[in-house]
Design a protein around this ligand. Structure first.
Ligand SMILES: Nc1ncnc2c1ncn2[C@@H]1O[C@H](COP(=O)(O)OP(=O)(O)O)[C@@H](O)[C@H]1O
Ligand SMILES: [Mg+2]
Length: 234
């Protein structure tokens, strides 16, 4: 049973008097619990695809189904709930709140939206996530005191705070050196195994593509390859 399904998806952006065909007709399915890489060079359509799956944007044509629901049939309120409850986001620029400490950044999504869980329960869960991402010694440090790799670890824990079914990460290693980037992908994979969360990350770095257990390669707005690496994945 797939948790994400795209069929006949096209996305065209207006550009002055012409248009840019960013995604030209894409079909793929993603299985629940998989660790998926959307690979391809700059401009191939990776961010556009992730934005469509994240309901940040809507397709010009075709269907995007998330967790069994056709997103075009959803009301604004349902889209908001889907984004808060079903999806988690990791960004290439980390997007932490600089003056909040590690604990507060991770707890933040639990305090907005619907009523927060009891404080003790919340603390136990946030402390568990901090331990999982290896930052127990940094709990009370502010985000702006951390290295890039540490910031991305916080961002991973924050994305998982609401226990989403799917985490979307658009080039999460783009602002990290290659060694730190690899460690971040390995950490996402550990969280994928430990929590069963479906992860989808985009990258143009071939070295980390095959850490995934499902690779969808884009070229000029089309899928050029769609495979499960031998010996890759779990
Ligand atoms: N908002 C936009 N308006 C116009 N063109 C866009 C917009 N977003 C992306 N594009 C174009 O669509 C194509 C795919 O972009 P993108 O999805 O960002 O690729 P990638 O993330 O793989 O680098 C590129 O040609 C890009 O210039
Ligand atoms: Mg991009």
């Amino acid at each position: 049973m797939s948790i994400i399904s795209l069929s006949g998806v096209k996305k065209t952006y207006p550009l002055g008097k012409t248009e840019v065909r960013a995604v030209k007709g894409v079909d793929f399915e993603i299985a629940k619990g998989d660790f998926v890489s959307i690979a391809g060079p700059s401009g191939s359509g990776k961010s556009t695809i992730l934005n469509l799956i994240g309901c940040i944007d809507t397709p010009s044509e075709g269907r995007v189904e998330i967790d069994g629901v056709h997103t075009a049939d959803m009301k604004d309120r349902e889209i908001t709930l889907l984004r808060h409850r079903t999806l988690g986001f990791i960004f290439q620029s980390f997007n932490l709140i600089p003056v909040l400490n590690v604990f507060e950044n991770i707890e933040f999504p639990l305090l907005i939206g619907n009523k927060p869980s009891p404080k003790a329960e919340r603390k136990a869960w946030v402390d568990f996530l901090i331990e999982e991402v290896g930052l127990s010694a940094w709990t009370r440090h502010r985000a702006n005191e951390l290295s890039g790799g540490q910031r991305q670890r916080v961002a991973i824990a924050r994305a998982l705070a609401t226990k989403p079914k799917i985490v979307l990460a658009d080039e999460p290693t783009a602002n990290l050196d290659s060694e730190t980037g690899e460690a971040i992908i390995e950490l996402m994979k550990k969280m994928n195994r430990d929590l069963g969360t479906t992860f989808i990350f985009s990258t143009h770095d071939q070295k980390i593509v095959d850490i995934a257990d499902h690779v969808i390669r884009l070229k000029d707005g089309l899928v050029s390859e769609n495979y499960k690496p031998e010996g890759g994945g779990k």
